[in-house]
Design a protein around this ligand. Sequence first.
Ligand code: OS5
Length: 229
Amino acid sequence: MKIAILGAMKEEIAPILAKVENYKKIRYANNDFYTATYQGLELVIAYSKIGKVFAALTATIMIEKFGCKKLLFSGVAGAINSNFKIGDLVIATALCQHDLDITAFGHPFGFVPEGDVCIATDKNFLDIARMVASEKNIDLKEGIIATGDQFVADEKRKFWIADEFKAHAVEMEGGSVAVVCNALNVPFFILRAISDSADMDAGFDFEEFLEESSLISADFLISMLDRLK
Ligand code: OS5
């Protein structure tokens, strides 16, 4: 059974590609997809490029063209919860889209008719992540992750997202991947390591910690794969 491993940026998947065996690059839809094996598991690895549209496109291709039956996302995120520090690992229990707004029609933020404000992560993956964290003595954080086509570097916006969606972290892809996987009945899991605090220092912190936090997330994801084999 093929498993999709997705990131948004090259830096987020580089440490995963470094750990897999004999990968082969396939160019499709303006993107590179790497088919690989890891401990007998068949993987398809890609970075989507930044934002909801690219992430949804790439997730769909991994499922519909490459036949992936499960999807795991690894990458970085901005912290909303003030207890989350740079380098902390966060798993999304559910995902929402903070920039989806048809409130002019009386709907709540993040909602469109026939959709849901939040989409829950696969329970089995959450259990595996909690098990891996407990074995490795890692203080794994969890909660709702809010997604939007915006790099949040502003406390006012961050506190609004926290208040409106009860979100603990923010990023730019997970919510759209959740929509795709939910529609296509593919169990999914979104893992992020904190790279910044979505505040006025976010741009600097992100650049400084992108590589380090990507590696933290990738290492944990690889440990989860060890449990799936
Ligand atoms: O993928 C985007 C979302 N990621 C998570 C994240 C986040 N999201 C929202 N708000 C925050 N505070 C967040 N913190 C972490 C990270 C990523 C953010 S957008 C970063 C863009 C950085 C960049 N722009 N140009 N380059 C890098 C150089 C470049 C040039 C050519 C090709 C590729 C890169």
